[in-house]
Structure formats: structure tokens, C-alpha cells
Design a protein around this ligand. Structure first.
Ligand code: DGJ
Length: 741
């Protein structure tokens, strides 16, 4: 890995074994993009890649030159209005009303390692030899606004992490109205755009779009990254698929309003922008102040979508997630939400926990309803004191009882919210985000605390830290159940109201940082009505997230498949729940519910006392299976093999680091009559190892399983051997492949 600067040609070349990223200081001092893609040899001069042409109608920079127009030059930090008419990465509103700026090269520095980002989540290095960073300083002389563009290339993987930091070194105030984290100008648009879209209980479905001239975009203006769109996109060559071909992935390490946009221009070039959503964003930068953008991560893969995902998984698992739980197998939990909702007593909870313990479950989680007057969703949020009518011994007493059972204890919180029916709201009605004179819209009868205010965050911190320091709490589920409306802070001046959405998220990150550093052994799981804030920003603080409120196995297949595009399997909270399912009222076999949830941070979301003896026997076997294989399932190399968005079957697999064990999950939505023979070509095995198949007892070479395929035909098709049990709808199978000597 290295970052080279060619003094003469003014060219930067960032490269490792996988990727080359080449930029150039242009003749007007701006920064041009020359190449981003598969690693190529270095050379002194790549300036021949600069595309200049005397095009009629182009606006030109120099008096005597018709060829130099930013309209057709690929750039790193484009601004609008100085001959480029595409959407800009940066816009600075100045005191005289002008939005024109000219950022010219000043200096650069190259160093080992990667600096942390102030107040924001970001990838990191543990050792300086893991990455190299280039910081290029550009300045707009007229306003005195300086910007540092930071690029980090890691030793391994086609990864470039990028952010920008603005400094006001001038005498007047300016407003940043657009400050994108990443701009990638590519020379052609022959890509399919892949996004993860959905809604509550239908998160992160894979959607493909063909790019064409104009804008393709996704984003959020809800204050959270949202159920609807996820801050991740992939650009795939049309011939690429899961296993092969060229793919770019872009992920934003941010949990608030975001925008990801592709613009194809008249000359068929493609501009990709990723960053804070400019809509509603207006950051005032007074002299002496600075503004840090979130980090965007660009991944290049020439090994298809799986190659891209594996790169993201490795990076986010090892160098974004942090702390005690980062590399640890995740405890199997039993959460009481779908078992009881708000209707519980201490005794009832202990009964659920006892049965869970009998089944081998390791962690009992008490969900919503334990505090203040929280007997329904109308009251109590904000009052983080145990309701002693329900829990006579408080959280401390309940946690002790759970620990006495030999289990760990976990607790649900929703720290960013308040109900109007709460002591907190009665004491501080101006602590919510609300616009003077306007309606105060609610979501689930709750309002959003103004986390842009330090005193609000301090207060919540004190309340929850008290509980966590008194009770034996090993896990926190941090929920967030509404989007922001009427966004306005009672304390910021009018010309800073455009900062609130971002300041809010900074407040959330601040609280996470304080709690995770004070309680480093607590496992945090993020949640936002399921997967409404399942993003890379959250992973920095909480190494796992509740993927969706939809716990139906057939629905989860799609949700978890889509989520795996960017996020590691260890981060995907996945539970077995009751039938008929509470979201879609569907009945699926118990083994299928577990077979889906195994590929995640596994748990149960039901009262095991209500299961039959036969089912309990099965649950005990599931728990044993998970304990035996969870390291591979959660931290192994993950491959998607068949997409649930393209047919009736889905297949994925995880392979151990030493390639000696692989676990294949095969799932079929609807049963078929007289179906065809089916097989699936596996990935990631050692071609020379012989693997025993847990379903058939047969032994196969790795190359056989990868080229000829694993037979997945079943009995309903009339093809099964021996006395195999007939299948039904929502059938699934787990194949464990173990290398034999
Ligand atoms: C939404 C979460 O996604 C659920 O799992 C549950 O915790 C409820 N909130 C509780 O109100």
C-alpha cells in the first residue's frame, strides 16, 4: 500500500493490491479525478487522462483557452457556478449573497495511520501500518475558507475512506449549505445502481435501477437514516453478479439525514455524491470555526457483489465496530417484547427467563415498559426510573434474580424521546424539538428531545448512568421510535436553525460515546422501530442492530439478505418468534425460523413456556447448534448464492477462516409440485478438501461442491432418497459441511 505524489505531474496515486485511486492538481488549482478502479501500475504522469475539449456552448475558465471547462472535467470537490453545471459537492453562501467559491490547492501531507474524526463515527486503525492517509488542503482565497480533503487507503481491500473538514480562516461568517463527504466522478455510466429500500417492517430490500441521464438519488430527511432508504449504494457493471465482475460500493458512516446521488451528464460521465442531505442543511461557520463532514467509504471489488460485501464486512467488523464485544460471539438472548408487550410483572418475566435458561439461552432482555408510568405507549418516556408497581425490587432486584439464574440481564431504553405525560416533559416542556407557533406533531405519542442541547444530553446521561452503575446490566437495546418533525431548537439563533438535524445526531453520538466508554462491557444493540437507523454510524457504538420489527422468517430472508450487502452478519439482530407471526400472521416451521435467525445475532422473541415439549426439545437443539457454530455464522466469510428477490429459493453460506467448515442455508418460500432437480454452486471452499455433508452423510471434494454444486432437491419433488419427510411451504435446510481427514 502506498500513496505517491508525483511532483512534476502533480499527480496523487493511492494504491494497494486491489485498488488505484488517482487525482491531479488541475491548472486552476482545483483537484481533478483521473481514475478509480482496479489496481494499475504507477507511472510518473497520468495527465493524459484529463479530458479537455473545445466544445461549443461550454463555459471556459481561461480567456485564451476553449478546452478547459469544468463542465467536462472530472473532479474531487466540484463547486457550482464556475463552469460546472452538475450538482456540486460543496456550496458556501457568503455575506454578500454569493455562492461562488474557488477552492485551489495549497498543500498536502501524507502519513501512516488514520486520524479519528472529532465527534463522529469513523473507521480507524489500531496500528499505523494498517493504512496511509493523504490530506490535501484547498483554499478559497476570497472568503478564507479552507478545506482539508482526507483520503485513507487501507493495506487490505479496495477501500478508500474519505471526509472533508472546513475551516473559516476569513473575517466574515459563511453558511455551508452543501458539504458532501464524497464526490466520485466516473468516466462512463454503464452501471446498475443498487439501493436498499423499504419501510417499517420491510427494511433494506434490494432494488436495482438502470442509470440514465439525469439524477438518480436516495436519501432521508427524517432525522434518522430511515427504514425507507439506507445510506449505502452499489454500482455494478451490468455483467457483474454476486460472484464476479466490477462493483463499487459507497457507504456513509452517518445516522442522520443523508443523500446519495448519481448524475449522468450530457457527455455520459457519472458523478456520485454522498453526504449529509443538503435539503434543510445550513451550517453557519463563524471566523475561527470548523466543520467536519461524516466519513464516506468507497469500496471497489472485481469479485462481484459478494467481494464488495466481504470487504465491507471485514472493515466494519474489525475497524468500525469497537470495544469488548467487537470480536466476541454474541450471546443468545430472549427478549420479552413479543412475549408480553406492556403486560408483565416481575414474576412473569422471571418465569420467561427460567424457561429460557433451561433451553440454554444466555441473556434475558427486558424490553419497553419498565419505567415511569409506561403501561402503554402514551406515557413515561423520559422518566428513566423503574416502575416499582411492576418491578417491586427495581431493575437492580430483577437483574439480580436473572443473574442468580445464571443468565445475563439486558434492558431496553429509548433515551432520545419523551412523552408529554412524563415528569421530564412537565419539568422541561422546552426540551423537545418544536417550532414556535406550529403544531407539535407526534409519532407514537412521543416527542423528540432536543439532543442538540448539551444540558438535555447531560440530564439523560445522568439518569441512565445511575441505573447502569447500580444494576447488573450486560446489554442495552437502544430504541428510537419516531422521525423528527417541526425541527427547531428553542435555544439556537435563527441563523443556526439549519444545523439542528446534524447537531441532534452529534448529541446522539455523544451520549453513545459517554455510555460505551463508561460501561465498556455492556453490549449495545441499536434499534429504531426495528431497522430505521441500521447504518454504519451506529455500528461504531453498537456492534449489532435490531434489523427489523418484522420477525417472520419469510420476510426476514429478504431483509437480512439485503442488509448483508453492506453490514456484517454479526451486526444483524435476528430472533425466532411465535406463530402465527405478529406482523404478517404467517405460520412458518420452527426450524425455518431458526434457520433464518442463525445468520445473525441470534435470539428468541417469545415466551418459551408456551411451546410444547417437542418444540422445547427443538429449541434446545437450536441453541446447541448456534453455540457450536456461531463463530462461523457471525464472523465467517459470508456468501449470498441465490437471491430471494429473483425467485422462490434463497441460499447463503458462511465459511470458517480455515475453510474447514461451511454452513449453507437453503430456503424456499412456496412449496412446488413435481419440482425440478435443484443444485447450487457453493463458494469459498478449499477445492482440495473433502467435506462431509450433514444432510446426506456423503463426502464431496470442495471443487465438486463449487462447480458441480450442492444438490438441494427435496422430497416433495418426488426425488428424495429413502424416507425423507415431506416438505411444506417455507421449507429450509441447513447443510453443515465439515472437512474430513
Ligand atoms: C420498537 C422495537 O423495534 C421493538 O423491538 C420494541 O422494542 C418496541 N419498539 C418497544 O416499544
Amino acid at each position: 500500500m502506498s500513496i505517491i505524489f508525483h511532483e512534476k505531474s502533480k499527480i496523487f496515486h493511492l494504491h494497494n493490491d486491489s485498488i488505484s485511486y488517482i487525482m491531479m492538481i488541475l491548472e486552476n488549482g482545483h483537484l481533478g479525478q483521473l481514475y478509480c478502479g482496479k489496481r494499475i501500475h504507477d507511472r510518473e504522469d497520468f495527465s493524459y487522462l484529463l479530458e479537455k475539449a473545445p466544445r461549443p456552448m461550454s463555459s471556459c475558465v481561461y480567456e485564451d483557452d476553449k478546452t478547459f471547462s469544468l463542465e467536462h472535467i472530472r473532479q474531487e470537490m466540484p463547486v457550482y457556478g464556475t463552469t460546472d453545471y452538475r450538482h456540486p459537492a460543496v456550496e458556501v453562501l457568503q455575506e454578500n449573497g454569493s455562492r461562488i467559491s474557488e477552492f485551489g490547492y495549497q498543500e498536502h501531507r501524507i502519513f501512516s495511520g488514520k486520524p479519528r474524526l472529532e465527534g463522529l463515527p469513523a473507521t480507524y486503525t489500531e496500528d499505523d501500518s494498517e493504512a496511509e492517509t493523504l490530506i490535501i488542503t484547498l483554499k478559497d482565497e476570497l472568503t478564507g475558507i479552507k478545506v482539508e480533503l482526507s483520503y485513507t487507503i487501507f493495506v487490505k481491500g479496495g477501500i478508500v475512506a474519505k471526509n472533508m473538514c472546513f475551516f473559516n480562516e476569513g473575517n466574515g461568517s459563511v453558511h455551508l449549505t452543501q458539504a458532501m463527504s464524497l464526490c466520485l466522478d466516473l468516466p462512463d455510466y454503464e452501471y446498475e445502481w443498487i439501493q436498499l429500500s423499504g419501510s417499517w417492517a420491510r427494511e433494506r430490500h434490494v432494488k436495482n435501477r438502470i442509470l440514465t441521464h439525469g439524477i438518480t438519488a436516495i436519501g432521508s430527511m427524517r432525522g434518522n437514516s430511515s427504514h425507507e432508504q439506507n445510506p449505502f449504494i452499489a454500482l455494478k457493471r451490468p455483467s457483474a453478479d454476486e460472484q464476479q465482475g466490477e462493483v463499487f460500493g459507497v457507504s456513509l458512516i452517518y445516522s442522520g439525514n443523508f443523500l446519495m446521488q448519481a448524475e449522468v451528464d450530457a457527455h455520459d460521465t457519472l458523478r456520485v455524491l454522498a453526504g449529509i442531505n443538503p435539503s434543510g442543511f445550513d451550517w453557519k461557520l463563524d471566523p475561527g470555526e470548523h466543520f467536519q463532514t461524516p466519513e464516506a467509504v468507497l469500496v471497489y471489488s472485481d469479485k462481484g457483489l459478494n467481494g464488495m460485501s466481504q470487504t465491507f464486512h471485514g472493515l466494519y467488523q474489525k475497524r468500525l465496530a469497537r470495544g469488548y464485544w467487537r470480536d466476541r460471539e454474541r450471546p443468545i438472548l430472549n427478549n420479552n417484547w413479543e412475549a408480553t408487550y406492556f403486560d408483565f410483572t416481575e414474576e412473569k418475566l422471571v418465569e420467561i427467563a427460567e424457561k429460557a435458561k433451561e433451553c440454554g439461552v444466555e441473556l434475558f432482555v427486558l424490553d419497553d415498559g419498565w419505567f415511569g408510568k409506561r403501561c402503554s405507549d402514551h406515557a413515561g418516556l423520559g422518566d428513566w426510573i423503574a416502575n416499582t408497581e411492576r418491578l417491586p425490587n427495581g431493575i437492580t432486584g430483577l437483574a439480580d434474580r436473572i443473574e442468580d439464574l445464571g443468565m445475563k440481564f439486558g434492558l431496553w431504553v429509548e433515551l432520545e424521546m419523551v412523552n408529554k405525560d412524563s415528569d421530564l416533559y412537565r419539568a422541561h416542556p422546552d426540551w423537545i424539538l418544536a417550532t414556535p407557533g406550529r403544531n407539535q406533531s407526534h409519532g407514537r405519542f412521543q416527542h423528540v428531545l432536543d439532543f442538540s442541547r448539551k444540558e438535555v444530553v447531560d440530564h439523560i446521561y445522568e439518569m441512565i448512568a445511575k441505573i447502569l452503575s447500580e444494576a447488573k446490566v450486560s446489554y442495552i437495546k437502544w430504541d428510537m421510535n419516531r422521525s423528527i418533525t417541526e425541527c427547531y431548537s428553542a435555544v439556537l439563533p435563527s441563523d443556526r436553525q439549519g444545523e439542528i438535524f446534524h447537531r441532534y445526531i452529534l448529541g446522539v453520538y455523544d451520549l453513545y460515546e459517554r455510555l460505551t466508554s463508561r460501561f465498556p462491557h455492556i453490549l449495545f444493540e441499536s434499534c429504531a422501530s426495528g431497522g430505521g437507523r441500521f447504518d454504519a454510524g451506529m455500528l461504531y457504538y453498537a456492534p449489532q442492530g435490531w434489523a427489523s420489527d418484522n420477525s417472520d422468517a419469510a420476510e426476514r430472508i429478504k431483509i437480512q439478505y439485503g442488509t448483508s450487502m453492506c453490514y456484517p452478519i454479526s451486526s444483524i439482530g435476528a430472533h425466532v418468534s411465535v406463530i402465527p407471526n405478529h406482523q404478517v400472521f404467517r405460520t412458518t416451521p420452527l426450524h425455518t425460523r431458526a434457520n433464518v435467525a442463525y445468520f445473525g445475532a441470534f435470539g428468541y422473541e417469545l415466551d418459551l413456556n408456551k411451546l410444547s415439549e417437542e418444540e422445547i426439545k427443538e429449541v434446545k437443539e437450536q441453541v446447541c447448534f448456534m453455540k457450536k457454530y456461531r463463530k462461523i455464522l457471525q464472523f465467517g466469510t459470508f456468501y449470498r448464492l441465490k437471491s430471494p428477490f429473483e425467485g422462490n429459493e434463497m441460499v447463503w453460506m458462511a465459511v470458517s477462516e480455515d475453510q474447514k467448515t461451511a454452513i449453507v442455508g437453503w430456503y424456499r418460500i412456496l412449496n412446488c409440485v413435481n419440482a425440478t432437480f435443484t443444485r447450487v454452486e457453493l463458494q469459498g471452499l478449499n477445492p482440495n478438501y473433502q467435506y462431509s455433508n450433514s444432510q446426506t452423510g456423503r463426502v464431496h471434494y470442495g471443487d465438486e461442491l463449487m462447480n458441480l454444486g450442492l444438490i438441494t432437491s427435496d422430497s416433495t419433488a418426488g426425488q428424495a432418497e429413502g424416507d425423507a419427510v415431506p416438505c411444506t411451504d417455507f421449507e429450509s435446510r441447513i447443510y453443515v459441511l465439515e472437512a474430513v481427514e
